[in-house]
Design a protein around this ligand. Sequence first.
Ligand code: TRP
Length: 335
Amino acid sequence: MKKGVIFSGMRPTGPVHLGNLEGALRSWVTLQDEYELYCGIVDLHALTTDHEDTSELAARVRQMAVDFISAGIDPELSTILVQSHVREHAELHLLLSMITPVGWLERVPTYKEKVDDLHGAAPGYGLLGYPVLMASDILLYRSDTVPVGQDQLPHLELTREIARRFNYLYGEVFSEPAAKVTKHAVLPGLDGRKMSKSYDNLIYIAEDPESIRAKVKGMFTDPSRAYRTDPGHPDICPVFTYHSIYTATDVTREIEQECKGAQIGCVECKEKLAQSIIAALAPIRERRQEIEARPGLVDEILHEGAERARRVARSTMALVREAMKLPQEKTTARE
Ligand code: TRP
């Protein structure tokens, strides 16, 4: 018996990187045995920001499906779905938008951040509605649990408020989903800044060993360690943060001491890190090769995922329409 239903989503704005893997995907993989898991490739959410050039969107969605499966999401066990394939996401978004005060949305911190990122360009109506779409994702599958990072908590709170308001207005249809905050060390970008595609400071999970080595070689380190003989400060070095995730604990501790004592140089330390990351990604790389050797497999999985998702989505929408007393379409009006 499963403990509950989980929906979680990722925006297909680019290939899955180590931040996505440690911050989300790994926890989904662990949760899929205990929970009924819906993994959304949320392409409509990607359009809230990346809508001017959509030429890459379909390829990115497909790539994300391959990334999910190679990272260990088991399509037999879990449902992988493309958000835009299941039209009910859009329908529920529209209906929930009617009962969501604009003020609630304007107060969401991520909205303000995203507007700042636009550098003066006018934010779209869809961007303001981002959390309503996210609430629709979650409520459509009547999820009770949502694994999210800290940054998504305001969105989840809003989902709960929208569910409460719906139930108050139209009767109990939704339960209020609980956040399951994923505990993980937050990985910095390779340059020590925040991970971002636009800073080009990411390692992708599909990256080949050669390019991982090159990227790790170029990583920023403790700036006060100018010479090999200077003692280092692992606590402020991004290379060390990565070691603490990808290298065995005893080795990490050794590296820490050797860095502080100037017994290991950054070049050697980075070589070790590259090896650890390459080893950690090896099973993912193997699974990717298996998937890519089977043409048609990914499309099949996405088709089946959409069918499975639609069955649940339709039954929720029937309850929503009934609760809201939307007019039923009569099919037997004329003989
Ligand atoms: N907003 C989430 C993010 O940026 C992605 C997302 C969309 C999501 N719909 C969701 C996450 C539903 C959890 C549940 O990471």
